[in-house]
Design a protein around this ligand. Structure first.
Ligand code: 6PG
Length: 247
């Protein structure tokens, strides 16, 4: 896990820098392979990043017609539900950029969870390039929950142990709800991982994730990527980190 997260004064600066990095990685993917396979994060934090990407001066900087959009996870609700990660992305980014509708691959949260997860796994296998380690995203964006969950890989859930599936349904007892998520192998095999974390409420889990010897307690500590996950933190989220992380 990287020991040198990028730390910014505030969330707005995180979103601006993260947007520039997404554009850089997207442009590189398209230049090298003609396509950019990008998985969006859910929750509330990334909305600021999506709004930055939707700004005219940035939106024109990416070949959206060569971009495929996926979702790291989805709540089991219809796409027009206020809890839907697709709805949040649609409103903050997707309806503002010319990504072809057929290249926005949402998880069908309105369907029965096991069927929706199976359908999404087939979709990932259909659209993503397969490399020696499996199907590969160019970039996956992740938020981080206070309990260390990423996507819908919550602590003590059976999805954490899935090594062959690309997507799976997961019942989250603390939320008393079903979700659908990509699995750890899909995250770890992505060419790039960006984690966006904002606010003092995440400071302790960020410290554990970056400075506590990896154990299996926190799902985020199970990230064993090909590359180095890139952390984008605001000062509040980074406030528990030691001097090494700030060097
Ligand atoms: C979701 C996300 C989830 C989220 C974290 C952080 O569907 O909620 O995939 O993993 O990234 O819970 O959420 P916030 O950004 O709202 O703090």
């Amino acid at each position: 896990m990287t020991k040198h997260p990028r730390i910014f004064d505030n969330a707005a600066a995180v979103f601006s820098a993260a947007a520039d990095r997404v554009l850089e990685l997207g442009g590189r993917a398209i230049a090298e392979r003609g396509v950019f396979h990008l998985a969006l994060a859910g929750g509330s934090t990334p909305e600021g990043l999506y709004r930055e990407l939707a700004r005219p001066e940035r939106a024109g900087a990416l070949a959206w017609e060569r971009t495929h959009i996926y979702f790291g996870d989805e709540r089991c609700v219809p796409p027009d539900n206020t809890q839907s990660n697709f709805r949040m992305a649609q409103q903050s980014l997707l309806r503002h950029v010319p990504v072809p509708a057929g290249q926005v691959h949402r998880i069908r949260g309105e369907d029965e969870p096991h069927a929706a997860a199976a359908a999404y796994e087939e979709l990932l296998a259909r659209y993503l390039p397969q490399t020696e380690g499996g199907w590969q995203l160019d970039l996956i964006l992740l938020g981080l929950g206070p309990d260390g969950h990423i996507a819908s890989l919550f602590p003590e859930t059976d999805i954490l142990g899935k090594r062959k599936a690309l997507a799976a349904p997961v019942f989250v007892p603390k939320l008393d709800s079903w979700r659908i998520s990509v699995t750890l192998p899909v995250i770890n095999h992505a060419r790039h991982i960006m984690l966006l974390v904002s606010g003092a409420g995440k400071a302790e889990v960020v410290r554990q994730a970056l400075e506590v010897t990896p154990g299996t307690a926190l799902p985020v500590q199970l990230i064993r990527p090909r590359g180095v996950p890139e952390w984008f933190l605001d000062r509040d989220a980074a406030r528990e980190l030691g001097p090494e992380a700030r060097s």
